[in-house]
Write a protein that binds this ligand. Sequence first.
Ligand code: ADP
Ligand code: ZN
Length: 436
Amino acid sequence: MNLKYYQKEMECMPEAELKKLQGERLAANFRHVYENVEYYRNRCKAAGVTPDDIKGLEDLDKIPFTCKDDLRATYPYGLFAVPMKDVVRVHASSGTTGKQIVVGYTAGDLEIWNDCCARQLVAIGAGSDDFVQNSYGYGMFTGGFGIHGGATKLGAAVIPVSSGNTTRQITFMRDFGSTVLCCTPSYAAYLGETLKEMGLSPSDIKLKAGIFGAEPWTEEMRADIEKALGIKAYDIYGLTEVMGPGVAYECFEQKGMHVNEDHFIIETIDPETGKRLPDGEKGELVFTAITKQAFPLMRFRTKDIGVLNRKRCACGRTFVRMSKPMGRTDDMLIIRGVNVFPSQIEGVLLQNGYQANYQIIVGRENNNDTFEIKVEMIPEKFSDVVSEVSKQEKLLESSLLTVLQIKAKVTLVAPKSIARSEGKAKRVIDTRKLHD
Ligand code: ADP
Ligand code: ZN
């Protein structure tokens, strides 16, 4: 069965009605957080805001922001708004200092998440007859379980293959008749190349569409993936703090991602002043969860830069569309779909007796991220014996893998060979050109 919308009454709700609903839900969820999260209540008290002040959408900018530092300060459960007995799932994502960001869901929250992901699947033409090959990682990362829940609720057949083991992925794709592929765009590109290397072509598989997100990708990359796999490739946006994948979804038009506005309010703000910007102006994306119960963040600053478009979409959905994220206000890198902060790398180097003289070099070859870290040897450990250097490199690579969860190539270089800067050190060289 193929549907045009998954929940038409929500996805196509007239704008005025949607605004009213958002206002009511905002007032109720703000009260819920205020009453149940002491940390956030203290912030509101300091700002002089109480639940009686938040009656509707027009009061949104009275509400204090939440940011990533707040999640670190309250690790692990300090921002949960329900008793732990009501939490049925916990996920985590990397934080800036190696400390994880921890989020939770009630059974009801999982249903909301499933609905949001099911909307994405339906919007790209999937239905209960489809075979969804889910090659997002399963585990603490939200990608795997998020899509899994949505596809299951839709009634599609899920192939929960997770990421990795690439030739096996192609074999499954061909033998099981996968029709929809879900993974990061870089993995999709790699699967496309592997298909070719295995002597196969898109005509040997049944894939018709793919849903790719969790990291930035370009229109050129979209074209490459579409060609290599013989599919239409769609973008999906999400983040652990707000829910996971499915916060916003692309439709057939492929012109921006519809934000699930019955569950999340999106705003753009000036990252310097915190002032709200009119739709159409580029700014930091801020989300407020208005239905989630276990972990409903109020005005969460994503550090992603984007633009909102309120023009009516040809697909009939009334939900606002957000652009692809156009960059970040912090130094977070997304490498092969994994969040990496330079500070995490620095931490590992210092723990291993190195100094903070390093350079991170990220590039892209054949649609795959390359990730190298040049580190200066310390004079005491200095060696020009190749086998000794390579042993030290391997040791550092394995410590980094434990913390970052992705592999980096370490190259040790002679002491004092990395240029010193007189101002802010230029630690990262990223040649991927992922943003306009
Ligand atoms: P996810 O599980 O969705 O990757 P994380 O919390 O690990 O969630 O990372 C979220 C970040 O990933 C976002 O803040 C954004 O920077 C990036 N991201 C997610 N989806 C996209 C996308 N479609 N395009 C560009 N960047 C994305
Ligand atoms: Zn649309």
